[in-house]
Design a protein around this ligand. Structure first.
Ligand SMILES: [Cu+2]
Length: 739
């Protein structure tokens, strides 16, 4: 057995930075106008050897992308494969078609954990303990390797989005239930930016990306006024930062000792590598001329967040975020970049003496923000720049404004969602959830096309999570501290312990807030598709289910302005981009719905008082609060011209400790279904409108009082009276689609 490679013995900056070549498309032209109609590619996913470590170390078996590239110097066309894959250079408004080919016929390089909810191409039964050690693991899980490519940040129809269940194996012999095709179309109608492409197969994405299935996709706009001012050609390049661990034989090391091995034998909640790889080279150097460079920095790591700085403390300029140019250039001395986030930055080397070495450093704790500080001798360093003796080229002056970012105004009710972690014990996470639901629970995020909504995401975990939403670019509204202990308690009273078996009842966060909202930093004031959500904070986003460059006057709920039907296909997803979390339930389906609705009065609620009835029950043992839960079950009874009549019941579950007549204490449960009916005004409504019901309960304290009400004539034992105070329950309807 090969041993882990000590990162301290790997010499730094011996490797030179690899700059991936550019995939060469087959260009389809309009025979009459001669304009480009589409750029077409065939790209294979293959396994091969690549020199990731410095040359004196063995090569590494990796996964990467293979396709046609053109040598920029001599124009020679060849077939090329690498990790990260070659870069796509896409042009705004010219669609790209990619025929993705899975050519992985070898078994998975890493331990596939078949106890996760995963692609499972062989439909193998979920194994039970005692589990097999890895290697060899489970042969039926290791091969064939299911893959599907997602273009991260792209506005695409969902059947080209790389849905996690649209995976396929080599030769497309086996396919996931969401598979419909392997030739994907990317419209490229969004703003010019740095996208990246990577594997997205259900439950194995952490392995696919770790093995090497990632690459940059640069979308350019020939009409953009800023681009000509920026460094280009050899002075512009993607910088894909990924942490890795190696074995002495050069192979990639991905730990397969699960943290709760009797449940998930191989899954771990956070892969943290002990070396840093940039563009497929461990600790590389880049020789730079005395001028400004443009780096498209992509955090392609599984879990590691970076806080990047330059060792000479020089500042740099961030001009773009995930979804395009920032509204204005932002001067930084450090840049926090979570997994899947991108930063378009300019570093000026023109003022530096030839021979100067600058190291890009990292001081972000891993896992972020509470893990250990990175070792300054290893993962505290990213790459080196060596300044060459070349003529000084001063950088171009940038305009004060780089981009116009529209102000988004929500026109449908806010959604409150949670991030949850499920523990066996405090140090043993079993899985992570969004809003208390597992991946396979019925879809609950059903945004109306054209609507603008605020998502208030309440982080109930102890770590930071980079949350990624497919299809759109969104805006960060703010972040705010809250009392997560109290909120969690109330949320569990309302919903029960997650994972939930019922739709989540959302709990407003307002009563739990602390301090004032914190505005996003200047470099988060552009378009984002991935945003870091800190523990102890609620992060508020504004999501508009319309194209990024849509005319604000035309954006309306129910109106589709995408150049495709976003309701078509298997749908989208939102998830944590700590891939180790995403692979273990921290991902949810998301379906855009097409539902014309009136918006003048988008949310209406009625409040109903509910009272528990009197019951004669065995005496409650203690005169103290007892656990209670309320859940609202309601449906529309009648839609009248001015009113909507809703009827339903509040299910209140009360548990208490009873003292039985034999002197034994026992947990007792009382379930009360308390019927109610209420009417909601609908002055703006029309006959035939559709409505959606949501329930929210306002909790009040419930006490059990032991009070003697005489004796039971049959048993001659004392009886107790259960007294339940009144609850006010808020039942809301939303004009939209009935779920
Ligand atoms: Cu996460």
């Amino acid at each position: 057995m090969t041993k882990p490679l000590d990162p301290n013995i790997i010499p730094k900056y011996v490797n030179q930075l690899f700059i991936p070549p550019v995939f060469k498309p087959t260009i389809v032209k309009d025979p009459i106008t001669g304009e480009d109609i589409s750029h077409n590619y065939t790209i294979s996913m293959t396994q091969f050897m690549q020199q990731l470590l410095p040359p004196m170390f063995p090569m590494t078996t990796v996964w990467g992308f293979e396709g046609t590239v053109e040598d920029p110097c001599i124009g020679e066309i060849s077939c090329f494969r690498s990790t990260p894959g070659a870069t796509f250079e896409a042009v705004r408004d010219i669609p790209v078609n990619v025929q993705w080919v899975n050519n992985i016929t070898e078994p998975n390089l890493f331990a596939v954990d078949p106890t996760l909810h995963w692609a499972n191409p062989n439909n193998m039964p979920r194994p039970i303990p005692p589990f097999l050690p890895f290697p060899p693991g489970y042969a039926l899980a290791q091969s064939p390797v299911p893959l599907v490519v997602h273009l991260h940040g792209a506005e695409v129809r969902s059947d080209s989005d790389g849905h996690p269940e649209a995976w396929f194996t080599a030769g497309e012999e086996k396919k996931g239930e969401a598979f419909s095709k392997s030739r994907f179309t990317y419209q490229n109608t969004q703003e010019p930016t740095t996208l990246w492409y990577h594997d997205h197969a259900l439950g194995t994405t952490r392995l696919g990306v770790y093995g090497g299935f990632a690459g940059a996709y640069l979308l350019r706009d020939p009409n953009n006024k800023i681009s000509p001012l920026l460094p280009s050609g050899p002075y512009e390049m993607p910088i894909v930062i990924q942490d890795r661990s190696f074995n002495e034989d050069g192979s990639l090391l991905f730990p397969s000792n699960g943290v709760v091995p009797d449940v998930h034998p191989y899954w771990r909640p956070a892969f943290i590598g002990n070396t840093i790889m940039v563009n497929g080279k461990v600790w590389p150097n880049l020789n730079v001329e005395r001028r400004q460079y443009r780096f498209r920095v992509i955090n392609g790591s599984n879990t590691r967040t970076y806080n990047l700085k330059l060792s000479n403390n020089q500042s740099f300029i961030q001009i773009g975020s995930d979804g395009g140019f920032l509204p204005f250039p932002v001067t930084l001395t450090e840049l926090l970049l979570a997994p899947a986030e991108r930063a378009d930055i300019l570093i000026d080397f023109s003022m530096l003496e030839p021979g100067t070495n600058i190291i890009m450093t990292n001081n972000a704790r891993a896992p972020f923000p509470n893990g250990p500080i990175p070792d300054p001798d290893t993962v505290g360093q990213i790459m080196q720049f060596t300044v060459l003796d070349t003529p000084v080229v001063p950088p171009n002056k940038l305009p004060a404004e780089l981009n116009k970012i529209p102000v988004l105004t929500p026109d449908v009710p806010k959604e409150v969602l949670t991030l949850n972690v499920i523990f066996r014990q405090p140090t043993m996470p079993l899985e992570l959830l969004l809003d208390g639901q597992v991946w396979g629970a019925p879809v609950s995020e059903l945004p109306i096309v054209g609507s603008t909504v605020e998502w208030e995401i309440v982080n109930l975990t102890g770590g930071a999570h980079p949350i990624h939403i497919h299809l759109i670019q969104f805006q960060v509204l703010n972040r705010q501290n809250f009392d997560s202990t109290k909120y969690r308690e109330e949320w569990i009273k309302l919903n029960g312990e997650p994972p939930l078996q019922h739709p989540t009842i959302s709990l407003p966060v307002e009563p739990f807030l602390e301090g004032n909202p914190i505005d996003p930093p200047p470099n988060e004031r552009g378009w984002k598709d991935t945003v870091l959500m800190m523990p102890g904070q609620v992060t508020r986003l504004k999501l508009r289910w319309a194209p990024q460059d849509a005319n604000p006057k035309k954006v309306k709920p129910g109106v589709n302005l995408f150049p495709f039907d976003p309701t078509f296909g298997p749908g989208y997803v939102w998830h944590c981009h700590i891939i180790d979390h995403e692979d273990n339930e921290m991902m949810r389906p998301l379906k855009v719905v097409d539902c014309p609705i009136p918006v003048a009065n988008p949310q209406s609620c009625c409040q109903v008082m509910v009272e528990g009835d009197t019951q004669l029950v065995p005496p409650a043992l203690r005169d103290e609060p007892i656990v209670h839960e309320n859940a609202v079950y309601a449906e529309i009874e009648k839609v009248c011209p001015e009113k909507v009549v809703i009827s339903g019941f509040i299910r209140r579950t009360i548990t208490y400790t009873a003292l039985l007549d034999n002197g034994i204490e026992q947990e007792k449960e009382i379930v009360d279904d308390i019927p109610f009916q209420c009417a909601i005004d609908r002055e703006d409504a029309n006959e035939g409108d559709k409505f959606r019901i949501t329930g929210a309960t306002i909790l009040c304290e419930v006490f059990a009082r032991t009070q003697n009400f005489g004796t039971d004539p049959n048993t001659d034992k004392p009886l107790a009276y259960k007294f339940v105070e009144k609850d006010i329950v808020k039942v809301c309807i939303r004009k939209g689609c009935i779920r």
